[in-house]
Design a protein around this ligand. Structure first.
Ligand SMILES: [Ca+2]
Ligand SMILES: [Ca+2]
Length: 233
């Protein structure tokens, strides 16, 4: 399978080809395709596409494997893996696509996992320590799932199933947006303490995460911290 993208920003497309675990990047030079980089993914590459997740003009290469989604970016040595999702055992990400699903102007990754029969949404997210991670933003179970295509507009995703193509309703209000922070709940945390630390109201936290009374938090749970008066000290 192949994907094309102008990885080095010279105005000319490079071609990324993948077979098994191996990938190669080809550049058109003096009338012929020349291999300029090659490498191996941790598992067989089941899907491949290009998209600008971090900025408008420098595309990343996205790969789906059996258990996860990987994001590669051009580097001196060819392609370097920048981000990887958590492991989703036997999910089989057979199609990856990009689209601005939540309408914040930033692209999300949409992964169609034929094994899990689930559409997963991922975004590059800034954590409380300012590092970035490829974070799951949401998921939709869809029986017979085989394909997905993100459209560039809010909430619209078209999925292919064994029955044909369907428009998928994505609960976009629950997907975090640019400017918000993801916080991973630690042992001993309470909503009140988290709200105080990030200088937001408890009510804002409850609404941003659609929490139900009595607001029990589990260690490891991801919370969206709404944009606004965040502590930047
Ligand atoms: Ca190029
Ligand atoms: Ca977006």
């Amino acid at each position: 399978m192949v994907a094309t993208a102008d990885l080095d920003g010279d105005g000319q497309m490079e071609v990324v080809a993948a077979a098994g675990r191996e990938y190669k990047v080809f550049d058109w030079q003096q009338g012929t395709f020349v291999v300029i980089a090659a490498g191996q993914a941790p598992q067989d590459i089941l899907s491949l596409t290009a998209g600008c997740l971090q900025s408008d003009d420098r595309p990343e290469i996205l790969m789906g494997t059996r258990d996860q989604i990987l994001v590669y970016a051009p580097s001196e040595s060819g392609l370097t893996m920048l981000y990887q999702s958590l492991l989703y055992p036997q999910a089989y990400f057979r199609k990856v696509s990009v689209g601005d699903v939540n309408g914040d102007g930033k692209l999300e990754i949409i992964g169609a996992a034929s094994g899990a029969q689930t559409l997963y949404f991922f975004g590059l997210w800034t954590l409380q320590d300012r590092s970035r991670r490829l974070e799951e933003l949401g998921r939709v179970y869809l029986g017979g799932l085989v394909d997905v295509e993100g459209s560039g507009s809010e909430g619209q995703v078209v999925a292919g199933t064994t029955e044909g193509y369907v428009d998928v309703y994505v609960p976009t209000a629950l997907l975090p947006r640019e400017g918000e922070t993801l916080y991973t709940v630690r042992r001993g945390d309470s909503l009140w303490r988290i709200a105080r630390r990030f200088r937001v109201s408890v009510q804002a936290l409850v609404e941003a995460n659609d929490l139900q009374h009595p607001y029990r938090l589990d260690p490891g749970q991801a919370l969206v911290i709404p944009a606004g008066r965040r502590d930047t000290s």
